[in-house]
Design a protein around this ligand. Structure first.
Ligand code: PLP
Length: 395
């Protein structure tokens, strides 16, 4: 009989072997349990399941065997006790704060988070009395001033989008813990293959499974990973009551996606490195933002906490927006879309898309210039990615 988990397994093995316990049919592949509810042997067993006295399946809003394969596999990769899968990355962030915060609580959030995450804090969580203080991810003095004994949670993404700025996760978790606060890291860009925030001291990891965990742009999903009390009980309790649940079909896609995550991340990193080095040497490119370059202003922190650079490469062109748009329009293979973490390379102009709703002053403050272009490097041969970029750059 297959074992569902062996703590000695290396990460690569965990991506493939954790979670699936074959049923009486002795299937080799992970089955999709498309059932909304589960039956009990007796009234006694039903009562024991509902009260929590006996573990096991009850109802697919909060228990499903396929979803559990994905959850156990991701928990094993992040090194967390518990994982709760959610209907989207945004649902993972919402569920975490709804479960772990109350009106009047104070949280400190890096300004450089995903745009929709900022809206979630400013428009919706604020409506229920959560107080948010915004801090520049790379400015240590701002972190020290903002995190006080009033702080409940600190929330960051590292590296950031699109400029790949990072924060020292171990140092930030120390600072948060000294004030009795917890650290939450959105690990979407690195995945557990390149960075394990819990091992660095963070308390909770958030994922948009939509991105690299799937890796082929097929489904929307999210996850929260952490300890049993906060995630296994509080966040799962929120899911059980409020219902932002992942479908078993999507859980199956993500569980199968994890099986190739290590291979894919190594390829994403190598291809991104090749493209970044091409861009650094191109006369029309004035600046390249990529964690794999020795010239990255925070190269020391990156070397300490990431085992690879990731797939996001941003660069600035002389000639501002007309130059950026003409480069984007000259491509024939790259996909013009703001999505990332796909096998297909994507290209976008942040100033007029992901950051288009900011004022010019806010954009300047965030370092998003009119000539900035962002690439999320996929799995095509980098020779062809570079050839496509040359159409606009060399013309
Ligand atoms: C996409 C993304 C999210 C939101 O995830 P969805 O699955 O689209 O809801 C959150 N954080 C980061 C860093 C993202 O890139």
């Amino acid at each position: 009989m297959n074992r569902p988990y062996d703590p000695e397994w290396q990460p690569k093995t965990r991506t493939i072997r954790v979670g699936h316990q074959p049923t009486n049919e002795h299937e080799h592949g992970e089955p999709i349990f498309t059932t909304s509810s589960f039956v009990f042997d007796s009234a006694e067993q039903a009562a024991a399941r509902f009260s929590g006295a006996e573990p096991g399946n009850i109802y697919a809003r909060f228990t499903n065997p396929t979803t559990r394969v994905f959850e156990e596999r991701l928990a094993a990769l992040e090194g967390g006790e518990s994982c709760v899968a959610t209907g989207s990355g945004m649902a993972a962030i919402l569920s975490t704060f709804m479960a772990l915060c109350a009106a009047g609580d104070e949280v400190v959030v890096a300004r450089q988070v995903f745009g929709t995450t900022s809206v979630l804090f400013n428009k919706y969580l604020a409506k229920f009395g959560l107080k948010v203080r915004w801090v520049d991810l790379t400015d240590w003095a701002q972190w020290e001033a903002a995190i006080t004994d009033e702080t409940r949670w600190v929330f960051v993404e590292s590296p950031s989008n699109p400029l790949t700025e990072v924060v020292d996760i171990a140092r930030l978790s120390d600072l948060a813990h000294r004030h009795g606060a917890g650290l939450i890291v959105d690990n979407c860009f690195c995945t557990p293959i390149l960075q394990q925030p819990l091992a660095l001291g963070a308390d909770i990891v958030i994922h948009s499974a939509t991105k690299f965990l799937d890796g082929q742009g097929r489904a929307i999903g999210g996850a929260v990973v952490g300890n049993k009390a906060q995630v296994g009980e509080e966040v799962r309790g929120f899911l059980r009551t409020c219902g932002p649940t992942m479908s078993p079909f999507n859980a199956w896609i993500f569980a199968k996606g994890l099986e190739t995550l290590d291979l894919r991340m190594q390829a994403h990193c190598a291809h991104a490195q090749a493209v970044a080095e091409f861009l650094v040497n191109h006369p029309k490119v004035t600046k390249v933002y990529f964690p794999g370059l020795s010239t990255h202003p925070q190269a020391e922190i990156i070397a300490k906490q990431q085992s690879g650079p990731g797939a996001i490469v941003s660069f600035e062109l002389e000639g501002g927006k007309p130059a950026a748009w003409s480069l984007i329009n000259a491509t024939q293979m790259l996909s013009i879309t703001a999505n990332l973490g796909d096998a297909k390379t994507t290209i976008t102009h942040p100033a007029s898309t992901t950051h288009g709703r900011l004022t010019p002053e806010q954009r300047a403050e965030a370092g998003i210039s009119e000539g900035l272009v962002r690439l999320a490097i996929g799995l095509e041969d980098p020779i062809d990615i570079i050839r496509d970029l040359r159409r606009g750059l060399d013309g």
